[in-house]
Ligand binder design. Sequence first.
Ligand code: 5GP
Ligand code: ZN
Length: 112
Amino acid sequence: MDCLFCKIIGGEIPSAKVYEDELVYAFRDINPQAPVHVLVVPKAHIASADEITAENSAAVAAMFNAIPKLAASEGLANGYRIITNIGEDGCQSVKHMHFHILGGKKLPESMA
Ligand code: 5GP
Ligand code: ZN
C-alpha cells in the first residue's frame, strides 16, 4: 500500500519522532500550525476515524493513552487541541488516521 504515514512508521521516510509504543507512533508535523504540532498515528493502517471499529479500537485507546503523556512532555500544561480530519469535507490529506496535537499558544476560538 502506498501510504505516506505507513512509510514514516516503517522508517522508510524520516520523521522527528516524539513518542512510540507497541501500537502508536507520534512525530512532528512537517508544516507546523502552532509552536507544538505533533501527529499521533496508529501503527496499523486505519484510513480515518470513520473506519474505527470494535476490532481496531485498541489502537485508538492506545493513542488516547499516549496523548496526555505527550502533552506533558511537550509542555502543554495550559491546554491544547486535538483534531482529526476525515474525508473530503474534513480536508483529510493523508488517508492514514492521525490526531493533530496543537498547542504552545492560545489557539483561535474558531474551529470551522
Ligand atoms: P491532514 O490534512 O490529513 O489532516 O493532515 C496531514 C498532515 O500531515 C499535515 O498537517 C501535513 O503538514 C503533514 N505532513 C504531510 N506530509 C508529511 C511528512 O512527510 N512528514 C511529516 N512529518 N508531516 C507531514
Ligand atoms: Zn498507512
